[in-house]
Design a protein around this ligand. Structure first.
Ligand SMILES: Cc1cc2nc3c(=O)[nH]c(=O)nc-3n(C[C@H](O)[C@H](O)[C@H](O)COP(=O)(O)O)c2cc1C
Ligand code: SF4
Length: 416
């Protein structure tokens, strides 16, 4: 039952105060979580993507995060994902200009998929990861077998993150968010599920955290005086044998020691526990309707019987673990996962989290922040059906199914 006490009102008022993250200041504590939009033309932002994020800023989101953008063409999971380089900065610049004109800040989520790819046009035959694994996801595009990354590969990855962060700053982004969760490359290194190395990058939690730390340190050194450097990190993988909260605290402390400006806390390791990150209804029935590859349909059906099953939704589903993280580090922390009401926001701020991070509530109601400002009893209308997860593969790009369709024509035009 939502509360409307003076204490709740005062915590909500705090949520609308500015927040300093390294060299930048957010106008308020509301951050839009990266929700991959599927709004790219020739691997760069479309006009629909610009509109999507400018609308969020116009409706009062303090900082909006562009979903998964690869640091190298080989870092894409899906072929149509974007990467940022000197040749496509103008399209990203169109987006940051529009967000700034609407009064918000813009963050770019940077990731590398490691072995988790289904991109056919790669520069390397076998995708690299911390250890060898079978990438069933990539079986139809010749990426079933993977290879162990060498020390040189590791140095290249650090450089790719640095180059992309520099491009992001040049394109006008206010922040980058280094993706260390959900089973992508940095998460693969962090997780005992994927990392069986015996060298300086595997074994103990400290060694598994080494690549994440090196990437963070190099990015902070390169751009940390111009833009905020954030990371999105699993609190736990949510799968047996995966990283647990104790491991994640080791990682977070290492990132804090090299100057990370803030942490977004998540969970889930896509190949084993995708529903741990979403909760609610399995998106598989909707994904089967948009998936064109027969092999991927087969895998989805297989996954639907195991990892991709419905998982009960509860509000603020990472709160308990996030409180442990709050005890362990001092840097700004963003609470994410199942925040669905003004009351949830007040709880997060009251518990000492510095900002809140919202995904689906801002897909279903892009003006949800304004609604919270107007009414301390505001509730999200998101029903956790997760059908939006299938929508990013449609011509119009990501949308909430409770709302009208997007304009595919706008999504077919490059931003600049
Ligand atoms: C359609 C959709 C796409 C997503 N894409 C990304 C992504 O690109 N990167 C990421 O880190 N998380 C992604 N997520 C996860 C969200 O960022 C967020 O962690 C999750 O939805 C939980 O937050 P919520 O309860 O506020 O939605 C996605 C979620 C959805 C629903
Ligand atoms: S489709 Fe809409 S209601 Fe369903 S989970 Fe996504 S945002 Fe929520």
């Amino acid at each position: 039952m939502p509360s409307d006490t003076a204490a709740t009102q005062s915590k909500l008022a705090q949520a609308f105060t500015p927040l300093r993250l390294g060299p930048i200041e957010l106008p308020n504590r509301f951050v839009k979580a990266g929700t991959y939009e599927g709004m790219n033309v020739a691997n760069a932002p479309s006009r629909a993507l610009v509109k999507h994020h400018a609308d969020l800023a116009a409706h009062g989101v303090g900082m909006t995060t562009l979903g998964y953008t690869a640091v190298h063409p080989d870092g894409r999971t899906f072929a149509e994902e974007s990467w940022i380089d000197a040749n496509n900065l103008s399209a990203f610049r169109a987006l940051t200009d529009a967000v700034h004109a609407a009064g918000g800040k813009a963050s770019l989520q940077l990731g590398h998929c490691g072995t988790m790819t289904r991109t056919p046009n790669r520069t390397v035959r076998k995708p690299g990861g911390p250890s060898k694994t079978l990438n069933l996801y990539g079986a139809m595009v010749g990426a079933l077998f993977t290879r162990v990354m060498t020390q040189q590969d590791i140095r290249d990855i650090v450089r790719d993150f640095v180059d992309s962060a520099r491009h992001a700053a040049d394109a006008g982004f206010d922040a980058v968010e280094l993706h260390m969760g959900h089973g992508y490359l940095l998460s693969q290194f962090l997780s005992p599920l994927a990392n069986r190395r015996q060298d300086d990058y595997g074994g103990t939690p400290e060694k598994r955290a080494r690549l994440a730390r090196e990437v963070t340190e190099a990015v902070v050194d390169a751009v940390g005086d111009r833009i905020a450097v954030l990371a999105k990190l699993n609190l736990r993988d949510g799968a047996r044998g995966g990283a647990e909260i104790e491991d994640s605290i080791v990682t977070a402390r290492a990132l804090e020691s090299v100057g990370l400006h803030g942490l977004v806390m998540t969970g889930g390791f896509s190949p084993f526990s995708p529903m741990y990150l979403f909760r609610g209804n399995s998106p598989v029935p909707a994904m089967l309707q948009t998936e064109t590859s027969r092999w991927n349909r087969f895998l989805l059906k297989l996954g639907a019987k195991t990892a991709f099953r419905d998982m009960p939704f509860e509000e603020m589903y990472f709160l308990k673990l996030a409180r442990q993280m709050r005890e362990a580090v001092k840097m700004p922390l963003g609470l994410l996962g199942g925040l669905r009401s003004a009351d949830n926001v007040a709880t997060a701020i009251g518990d000492g989290f510095d900002f809140v991070v919202l995904g689906r509530p801002l897909l279903s109601q892009p003006d949800f922040v304004a609604r919270i400002r107007a009414d301390s009893r505001a509730q999200s209308n998101c029903i956790n059906c997760n059908r939006c997860v299938a929508e990013f593969s449609t011509p119009g790009g990501v949308r909430c199914v409770l709302n009208g369709p997007n304009d595919p024509a706008l999504n077919a035009m490059r931003a600049a």
